[in-house]
Design a protein around this ligand. Structure first.
Ligand code: CA
Length: 521
């Protein structure tokens, strides 16, 4: 959506806003736009550097880093979609907010306390647009317009209070247009606003939009050094997962290599209209013909799949990056940028071939860490970088404090406002607690919980195995070695066990509790 709206700053913020919410030092609380994509790896954001930054840059997302703060160690509590979303809303671990896993899951209990409800009470107008994925209707929002479940890339359905309807277009562009339309309304409401703008992209099956179809078709991306990880020296969980590019990634559904290009397509591509389908076929049919002429095998097939995967995944991100640019431009054109916080995050991280994987779930860095960029005009120093351990369990608390709203004592994270102001409180967390539940289930990553410090991780895989692993990111940055039974790590191991016990106690979690509300083996 192209906007050419020029309004003076005073009109841009809305006069009544000054009395609607009082933030720090009596200043009006800021507006907040929380942008969250789905499965966007930090390795695929150029502001984070990495091997893809020159070939697939994200100049608009990088604007948030340039004008604000980049967080380099933002860890999620449970690396999977719905649970991450529930943590962001509640500021509570999965075992307390009740949303533990995507599959076999009761809907999110929308009657519980969430930060959008608290902002509403404080005079904010609130909206949730895009992927919701919590199975119950959103609560705490004046306006919501969500995708059902995972949603579709092409001509997706949306659900509002009025019901469900199909809309023509590409999902990332539709969500962007809806958000800017709502921002226009919010701007005239006389209230400060908080918008949750949740993209579906770049979630599997990575279907690029009409404008990005051919963007990376001729690009060859560098491979991560662990693309051919053989999992030696690590336990059952790492060895028995089902998320490798080599075995799990599907040629047809994931990589769109339909042997007969004229055969009916699946996984949502069957929703394309004739014009969209023709544009799609013009790009993919030559790829298909080339592939089946002489299909690669063995390691060459893995390499080929990795390239196809990244070409599509990164093309989906290019549309997200454009969307972020449109929102930032809109804010600048309306003068809202001066009093609007813009946060960019993903629901969790993702593997781009590291350990031979795609998908997420594990406590290893690529899926455990999520990108987090925060632009807070006049507060967060432009171009600043923070490497403290922060978490999605802190997001609710942070947004509440930004808006001058008291943080409830039963939230389990901590406001990052001091960090955004450039401070480093001595008592900031030095360790982080993780717990993943979804097993047996898609990708068969075993249930595990663990502690991460700046240097070490101690992980317990439980349920159908009883295995411990200890990782040392200083000695082994790629996390390829389990030091748990190494005598040299005896003292480190004992200390980590003690700290993990302490964290579980602090957050009210235990193995017994986990087993009590999960189905029998
Ligand atoms: Ca996700």
């Amino acid at each position: 959506m192209k906007t050419n709206i020029k309004v003076p700053f005073a009109l841009g913020i809305g006069a009544a806003m000054l009395s609607a919410c009082s933030g720090n030092q009596g200043q009006p609380g800021p507006n907040i736009i929380y942008i969250m994509s789905d499965d966007h790896a930090y390795q695929a954001i150029s502001a984070y550097g990495g091997i893809l930054k020159d070939l697939a840059p994200t100049p608009n997302i990088d604007r948030i880093a340039r004008d604000g703060m980049r967080f380099d160690r933002c860890l999620v509590t449970n690396s999977i979609s719905g649970p991450c979303r529930a943590v962001v809303l509640t500021g509570k671990y999965s075992h307390l907010n009740g949303f533990l896993q995507n599959e076999r899951q009761q809907p999110f209990d929308g009657a519980q306390q969430t930060f959008p409800k608290l902002l509403q009470k404080a005079g904010y107008t609130t909206a949730m647009i895009g992927k919701w994925h919590l199975m119950s209707d959103p609560t705490g929002f004046d306006h919501w317009d969500i995708l059902p479940g995972q949603g579709n890339y092409y001509n997706p359905d949306f659900i509002t209070k009025e019901g469900r309807r199909r809309e023509e277009g590409y999902v990332t562009e539709l969500i962007t247009d809806k958000c800017i339309k709502w921002l226009e309304e919010a701007r005239g409401s006389g209230k400060p606003f908080m918008l949750m703008m949740h993209h579906k992209a770049p979630h599997r099956e990575w279907q690029p939009g009409p404008s990005e179809l051919s963007l990376y078709q001729d690009v060859t991306f560098p491979e991560p050094s662990t693309l051919f990880d053989d999992y030696s020296g690590r336990g059952a969980a790492v060895n028995q997962q089902d998320m490798t590019i080599s075995k799990t990634m599907r040629l047809v559904e994931d990589l769109k290599l339909y042997r007969d290009p004229s055969a009916p397509k699946t996984t949502g591509l069957n929703r394309m209209n004739p014009e969209q389908a023709a544009a799609w076929d013009s790009v993919y049919n030559p790829v298909i013909r080339n592939f089946y002429k002489a299909p690669p095998e063995g390691d060459d097939l893995v390499r080929f799949k990795y390239q196809r995967y990244l070409q599509d995944y990164l093309a989906c991100i290019a549309a997200v990056d454009k969307s972020v640019g449109e929102v930032l431009d809109y804010l600048a054109e309306t003068g809202l940028d001066r009093n609007t916080v813009v946060i960019y995050a993903s629901d969790q991280g993702f593997y781009l071939g590291e350990h031979g994987w795609f998908d997420k779930r594990f406590i290893f860095e690529e899926s455990y860490r999520t990108p987090l960029l925060v632009k807070w005009p006049g507060v967060a120093k432009p171009g600043s970088v923070n490497s403290d351990i922060v978490s999605n369990i802190d997001f609710a608390e942070t947004m509440l404090e930004m808006c001058g709203v008291e943080v409830p004592s039963d939230m389990q994270g901590r406001s990052m406002v001091p960090l955004l102001k450039g401070k480093h409180p001595l008592n900031w967390r030095k360790e982080h607690y993780y717990h993943y539940y979804e097993y047996p289930g898609s990708h068969m990553v075993k249930r595990h919980y663990g502690i991460s410090t700046e240097r070490y991780k101690l992980v317990h895989y439980y349920y159908d195995v009883d295995e411990w692993e200890l990782y040392d990111r200083q000695a082994d940055p790629l996390e390829l070695k389990n030091f748990y039974n190494d005598p040299e790590y005896g003292s480190v191991k004992r200390k980590l066990h003690k700290r993990l016990d302490g964290l579980m106690k602090k957050y009210g979690d235990s193995e017994e509790l986990a087993k009590s509300f999960l189905p029998e083996k």
